[in-house]
Design a protein around this ligand. Structure first.
Ligand code: NAI
Length: 351
């Protein structure tokens, strides 16, 4: 069964996943444009109902198109959202069933790990379909955990942002990091190396204190991290970190972090602009992960990944220059730049 939503002239096709035997229940959303096949991770999460899962898949797939477009990748946006079964379940059977669904799409969708899924899950998918990435790397090829690449892109973007907004290097700059999981922890290590001061928070207290000890960070509560005295706020937990309340109370002058969908609602971008806070769009700075995963799928080597990740910070610089010159939010300018890339791909197809 397939439903269609119209968003920005491109159709989001939704494939329903439903296999009672394994507990598979969810959606694959394909925001198909002329950029190429749809690529984006597979999320396993608890949702109130099927509609909530579908809405998340559609929103995330559309976001992936913008991310892929600006990162210069030959892919449209896709996303799989699986509803976590309430009772105990057979994880292998679930991901085998998901793998069969991916196989049926025959390359229209390329999957990888995301929130709630792992390399091991993707290895199960790979037993059913070759349209999967985020597997352990083969010698000489790109692949493996994409988090370090994501952290690198965020770090270099932050350097550009701090230079532009504060006119200084990261030395002595205070960065508040919300969420110190795979990406957040790696980012903290890089920031420590650059001489930044760190304030961190994580709902996982043990993880938070262990990292604090390692990198010499101070720890605050999760309800304080967004309003703590800091120069930079780095959301690296889940989405929606920036809502009206947070935007009003933020002391940092720059926001740059790895989390997807940081703006709880699009109008928060304007609120931040009004307050003189520079928000570096999430999907521009956190593209390192999809850059690594897509290179793996395409059979490229780590050198290609390094080159594309190195292009993120200069892109941020160009984006900021344009946003400043036009007194617009970087989020709005980034969307426009991505839409231009999509339109160019359409024109190429038509020619
Ligand atoms: P992760 O699951 O390893 O880390 C997330 C951390 O945030 C966990 O330690 C968790 O305990 C913590 N957390 C959850 N809610 C919190 C809250 N309210 N306050 C403070 N901490 C909280 O995930 P990962 O891989 O580090 O990703 C982080 C974010 O970056 C996610 O939004 C993800 O979608 C995004 N992202 C990750 C990429 C990657 O390569 N891993 C690529 C692009 C985006």
């Amino acid at each position: 069964m397939s439903e269609h939503h119209h968003l920005h002239n491109a159709t989001v096709a939704c494939v329903r996943l439903h296999d009672p035997a394994s507990g598979l229940d969810g959606y694959i959303a394909l925001h198909e444009t002329d950029l190429g096949p749809a690529a984006g991770g597979c999320r396993l999460w608890s949702y109130a109902d099927g509609d909530a899962a579908q809405a998340d898949a559609v929103r995330l797939a559309r976001g992936m198109t913008y991310k892929n477009a600006l990162a210069g990748l030959p892919f449209s946006g896709g996303k799989a959202v699986l509803r976590r079964p309430e009772k105990d379940f057979d994880r292998t059977a679930l991901f085998q069933a998901f793998g069969r669904a991916v196989a049926q799409l025959d390359g229209r969708y390329v999957t990888a790990e995301d929130v709630g899924t792992s390399v091991a899950d993707m290895q199960v998918v790979a037993s059913m379909s070759r349209h999967v990435a985020g597997l352990p790397p083969e010698a000489g090829c790109a692949g493996g955990d994409p988090s370090p690449w994501t952290a690198l892109g965020v770090f270099e973007s932050m350097q550009v942002g701090v230079a532009q907004v504060l006119g200084r290097s990261l030395e002595g700059v205070t960065v508040a990091v919300q969420g110190v999981g795979n990406v957040g922890a790696d980012l903290c290590r890089r920031l420590q190396g650059a001489g930044a001061r760190l304030v961190i928070a994580d709902t996982d207290a043990a993880r938070c204190f262990a990292l604090a000890k390692e990198v010499g960070a101070s720890v605050v509560g999760v309800d304080q991290i967004a309003s703590v005295e800091a120069d930079v706020f780095a959301p690296c937990a889940l989405g929606g970190a920036l809502d009206h309340e947070v935007a009003k109370n933020l002391k940092a002058r720059l926001v740059c972090g790895a989390a997807n969908n940081q703006l709880a609602t699009p109008d928060v971008a304007a609120l931040l602009l009004d307050r003189g806070i520079v928000y570096l769009p999430d999907y521009v700075v956190n593209a390192g992960g999809i850059i690594s995963v897509s290179a793996e799928y395409l059979g490229e080597d780590a050198g290609h990944v390094g080159q594309r990740v190195a292009a993120i910070a200069p892109r941020v610089a160009a984006l900021l220059a344009r946003a400043t010159a036009e007194n617009r939010s970087p989020a709005e300018v980034a969307d426009e730049m991505a839409e231009q890339v999509i339109a160019n791909a359409r024109a190429m197809q038509a020619a």
